[in-house]
Design a binder for this molecule. Structure first.
Ligand SMILES: NC(=O)c1ccc[n+]([C@@H]2O[C@H](COP(=O)([O-])OP(=O)(O)OC[C@H]3O[C@@H](n4cnc5c(N)ncnc54)[C@H](OP(=O)(O)O)[C@@H]3O)[C@@H](O)[C@H]2O)c1
Length: 277
């Protein structure tokens, strides 16, 4: 697959093909500085969430970068435990207030069910449908340029699409070599749902796998670059996180090489060092 700087969503909106992840970056100096470094390095896509608690610093960094608002693609997410039409509208207003922007590029339902619920989450179908109706309205009013979901599997996506007829533009899921999420990908692709790959390094665990080191040696790239290139060549949009300036820069420098199909297939088949979520 050809790798470009942007993916095009099903509504025609261009989305920069690598997003800077901000989970677990504390609000304040660290979130501000790492986001600013990312923008200075050339990232034009920032992934935050109300649950990360850092929207304020992320928004400040975007303003401090001096880059015009319409050149930065900003994603945020509605907290997993907050569902419903009114709640979604209210929380969206809070998110853009904290970010200091007047629209979002992408807004996601963070998860099909609250994090502390240990069922399959299908009992939240009605709550997700009501939430999704608010997202559709905000989208149609022009307050969000694209809308989507996160951590949704086919059994969560299906009721929402059936009830509203509105197919999410994006599903953001845990996806990296060793966690290819075939079922969700197979469901989403024919519908034109772009898959965003969160935790593209399995929050760091992936680096322990010996195949990553072998591929890094072969291509003379970092293990992180191998993982990101795999994601891009497989058609997924990766969201690498780092608070380290050199790594932030390294993670964007993945457009000047290509991996062969045989090596991509080897990466498809690896087992993550620890059980994945
Ligand atoms: N929607 C969801 O439910 C959800 C869930 C999880 C994640 N996400 C999104 O996906 C993003 C990324 O996932 P993640 O935060 O789990 O982590 P990740 O990007 O998979 O891995 C981050 C870890 O890798 C290290 N790292 C980054 N670049 C490196 C490099 N070039 N060389 C060596 N180490 C490197 C980082 O270290 P340092 O930071 O110390 O440099 C950090 O320990 C999140 O920030 C968030 O935006 C979304």
């Amino acid at each position: 697959m050809e790798v470009k700087n942007h993916f095009i969503l099903s509504n025609g909106v261009a989305i920069p093909s690598i997003g800077f992840g901000t989970w677990q970056i504390p609000e304040g100096q660290e979130a501000h500085d790492s986001t600013l470094w990312a923008l200075e390095a050339g990232y034009r896509h920032i992934d935050t969430a109300a649950a990360y608690g850092n929207e304020k610093s992320v928004g400040q960094a975007i303003r401090d970068s001096g880059i015009p608002r319409n050149q930065v693609f900003i994603t945020s997410k509605l907290k997993a435990e907050l569902k419903g039409y009114e709640i979604a509208k209210r929380e969206f207003a809070e998110t853009i207030r904290r970010l200091g922007v007047d629209y979002l590029d992408l807004y996601l339902i963070h998860a099909p069910k609250p994090w502390n619920v240990h069922t399959d989450g299908t009992e939240y179908a009605d709550a997700n449908i009501e939430t999704w109706k608010a997202f559709i309205e905000l989208y149609e009013e022009g307050k969000i340029r694209s809308i989507g979901v996160s951590n949704f599997r086919p059994e969560h996506l299906d009721p929402v699409i059936q009830a509203t007829g509105f197919v999410p533009h994006v599903d953001q899921i845990f996806l990296c070599p060793g966690a290819a999420q075939e079922e969700t990908v197979a469901y989403s692709r024919p519908k034109g749902i772009l898959i965003e790959a969160y935790s593209p390094f399995a929050t760091g665990r992936l680096f322990q796998h010996p195949v990553l080191a072998q591929m890094a040696e072969k291509y003379q790239k970092s293990k992180a670059q191998i993982a990101l290139r795999w994601s891009l060549q497989r058609g997924f949009l990766p969201l690498p996180k780092s608070v380290t300036r050199e790594r932030i820069e390294n993670n964007l420098d993945v457009f000047g090489f290509s991996m062969n199909e045989q090596d991509l297939t080897i990466l498809d088949g690896i087992q993550l060092p620890f059980a994945h979520r």
